[in-house]
Design a protein around this ligand. Sequence first.
Ligand SMILES: Nc1ncnc2c1ncn2[C@@H]1O[C@H](COP(=O)(O)OP(=O)(O)OP(=O)(O)O)[C@@H](O)[C@H]1O
Ligand SMILES: [Mg+2]
Length: 272
Amino acid sequence: MVRIAIVNMKGGVGKTTTSVNLAIGMANEGLRVLLVDMDPQGNVAHSLKIRAHQNTIYDLLADDMVVDQVIRTGVRENLDVIPSSNVAFGLENRLAGETLREKIFSRRMKAVTAYDFVVVDTSPAMSLLTVNTLLYVDVVVLVVSMDQMAIIGAVQSLAGLKRILSAFESPTKEIMVLPTLFNASTNGSKETMTALQEDPDLAPYLVPLVIRQDVKLSYAAASKRSIWEYDPRTRAAEDYSKLVDYLLKRLGHEENEKTDVVETEAKAEFFG
Ligand SMILES: Nc1ncnc2c1ncn2[C@@H]1O[C@H](COP(=O)(O)OP(=O)(O)OP(=O)(O)O)[C@@H](O)[C@H]1O
Ligand SMILES: [Mg+2]
């Protein structure tokens, strides 16, 4: 099971859009996916038409319910969801006095093992919920929208998340920087992309693909569907499909099979 967080302290950069479409894209590949909303704005539920008045991330983290009680099963084929709602804004205060409060999510999620991927959407803040997310996951995807202030925000987010991981002596995470809202016809996007490629902090983590600007992503979210359900012939569907393929290769879902083959061949050779 691989656990992925989608982060950026900057708001409106495509975190939720990426979380939802990545999760459904992986589920479409036949993988078992759990999508978790750690943002009190509750946008995952809004994007997928899930009722989130009760049995939410709040109940899990406040220790009122076990994880099975908050998972919505069968939201889509192969996709389960733990939704959030604005009640979760109260979690910061509720958890303030807890011991090891930064690892509550990790503890509460221990029983969750039956998925290929867990995708966690986060809020635009280095809040206690975001810190809990960072300490739980294996992979951190920093989404960076291609606008003027993007690089500054991304550098701040990267520095912030690295500080937290080292303060908690958290095992090394795989970090990826994903450009979103890219528009090749504007100088702004091109300049930001060049700046990103040349930035000494961010460039080492840059993935070799972009999510282009496509208003169909907003229409899809407004109609409470993934981009494939809304219109699979859009460039956004093409871009998110490429992202799914890239992550599956990089995170070993195809590599594992290859490793098995290599090992089998090596064993065959060894045993004559
Ligand atoms: N590639 C894209 N092209 C065009 N519009 C996009 C793209 N990605 C996201 N959007 C739109 O931009 C807006 C913000 O996206 P989204 O909600 O995913 O951002 P966010 O980072 O999750 O925001 P917040 O920080 O508030 O949680 C939404 O209206 C969404 O539909
Ligand atoms: Mg969001």
